[in-house]
Write a protein that binds this ligand. Structure first.
Ligand code: UD1
Length: 417
């Protein structure tokens, strides 16, 4: 099992190029199934979750090729409609293949994704929407057997919660469906807009992505195309936090500043100076950070749940008390126990975490419990006194392309062991 070893206490300075977005690349790779022919994605991050998605595509019959950050998929010969259990388990978000396989083949069999590190991960919203579109779904022995009985047909769908995955699955199923689909209370995350842009380039007719009502006019055929994956907003936030906690000065290149609009005021409240221009964001952090009154995670465009653990780690070293309310996932404070081992002072109760900033964090061995929780430990380690070893980094590798190399460029002492 690999780990990351960090010698904390160095001020980070320099420039970081932000990777392509994992949460965009995954639905895009699934969407490639819908177009007949070859699709090429550039700026695709090289991550274990992306390799897992490529293995699923290959199993289905696609010819997949990875060349640096370019991933191409030739979907001319799709032969399988089943995703085997071992591939489903490799990546929780593989449920995103459901809408695409149904759209292309009218049939799909896969295992139920079950729970994950963040608590129960239900898919009831996905399934009830697909049923409305004419899909019969049988759930037995942990498997989902989905079949389009007559034809996939457009429907009016009102989501009880703006679920990102459900919005993506409905869009994927709707582009080749008969007639019009309307999604009300749709997720507005930038990854939804990226998916719509790609599908529209392939010939789809999706209107309103990024707003709460999305309308999709079904078409008969989609072709492949070349598409550049958007920048990863959570990786960008992570590296801004690395700058913040080390009192550093970092310029991020290849980012979409507007995607992190909800986080910039929080870093400013901590006393950091931020400046964005074109596709760059610059941060200059003070020696001692200030606390933040309250952060509430909410669907986009509000503060993202994926940034919660990472920003919490930074607040551990602020001078004063900060409050966090996690509204999206039930079990997203697992990293807190590990931060406590490093000398942090955090109390959690249900959705709420109260962080009392400390003067010093101390290096020790801590275990990554999930992707963003793991990144939070790396951030804390950068500012801790002495050596921090973060174990179980398979979680971190699911979302960050060579995190140790990126941080080393800005002067961090961090290596993979
Ligand atoms: C996506 C992101 C994840 C991010 C999350 C919220 C990917 C691969 N993952 O996950 O990083 O943290 O959005 O921004 O893009 N829910 C239900 N029933 C459903 C679906 C969701 O109850 O059928 C609940 C979930 O349990 C959760 C909330 O809705 O409490 C948000 O989930 P959702 O927006 O669907 O997140 P994901 O798409 O799984």
């Amino acid at each position: 099992m690999q780990s990351l070893v960090i010698e904390g206490g160095r001020r980070l300075c320099g420039e970081i190029q932000i990777q392509g977005a994992k949460n965009s690349a995954l639905p895009l790779l699934a969407a490639a199934i819908l177009g007949q022919g070859e699709t090429t994605f550039t700026n695709c991050p090289l991550l274990t979750d992306i390799y897992a998605a490529c293995r699923i595509l290959s199993y289905l019959g696609c010819k997949c090729k990875i060349d640096g950050n370019t991933v191409s998929a030739d979907t001319s010969n799709l032969v399988n409609f089943e995703v085997p259990d071992d591939l489903m388990r490799e990546m929780r978000s593989s449920i995103i293949f459901l809408g695409a396989i149904l759209g292309r083949l009218g049939e799909c069999r896969l295992s139920f994704p079950g729970g994950c590190e963040l608590g129960p991960r239900p898919i009831d919203i996905h399934l009830s929407a697909l049923r409305k579109m004419g899909v019969t779904i049988k759930e037995e022995y942990g498997m989902l057997d989905c079949r389009v009985e007559k034809e996939l047909s457009g429907a009016k769908i009102n989501l009880p919660f703006p679920s990102v995955g459900a919005t993506e699955n409905i869009m994927l199923a709707a582009v080749l469906a008969k007639g019009q689909t309307e999604i009300k209370n749709a997720a507005r995350e930038p990854e939804i807009t990226d998916l719509a842009k790609y599908l529209n380039l392939c010939g789809a007719k999706i209107y309103g992505a990024g707003e709460s009502t999305i309308t999709i006019e079904g078409v008969d055929f989609l072709h492949g195309c070349q598409y550049e994956v958007m920048p990863d907003r959570i990786a960008a936030i992570t590296y801004l936090c690395a700058g913040a906690i080390t009192g550093g000065e970092i310029n991020l290149a290849k980012v979409c500043p507007e995607h992190i609009d909800a986080v910039i005021p929080v870093l400013e409240e901590m006393g950091c100076h931020l400046y964005s221009y074109a596709d760059n964001i610059y941060i200059n952090a003070p020696k001692r950070l200030k606390p933040v009154k309250i952060i509430r995670t909410m669907p986009y465009p509000a503060f993202p749940t994926d940034a919660q653990a990472i920003v919490s780690a930074v607040l551990c070293k602020a001078k004063g008390t900060s409050i966090i309310v996690e509204n999206i996932f039930e079990n997203r404070y697992k990293h807190v126990g590990e931060l406590l081992k490093m000398g942090a002072d955090i109390k959690t109760e249900g959705k709420v975490a109260i962080i009392q900033g400390v003067n010093k964090l101390y290096g020790t061995t801590v275990c990554a419990t999930d992707l963003r929780g793991g990144a939070a430990l790396v951030i804390a380690g950068l500012a801790a006194e002495g050596k921090t070893e973060v174990t179980n980094i398979k979680h971190i590798d699911r979302g960050y392309e060579s995190i140790e190399k990126v941080l080393s460029f800005t002067g961090a002492k961090i290596e993979r062991k």
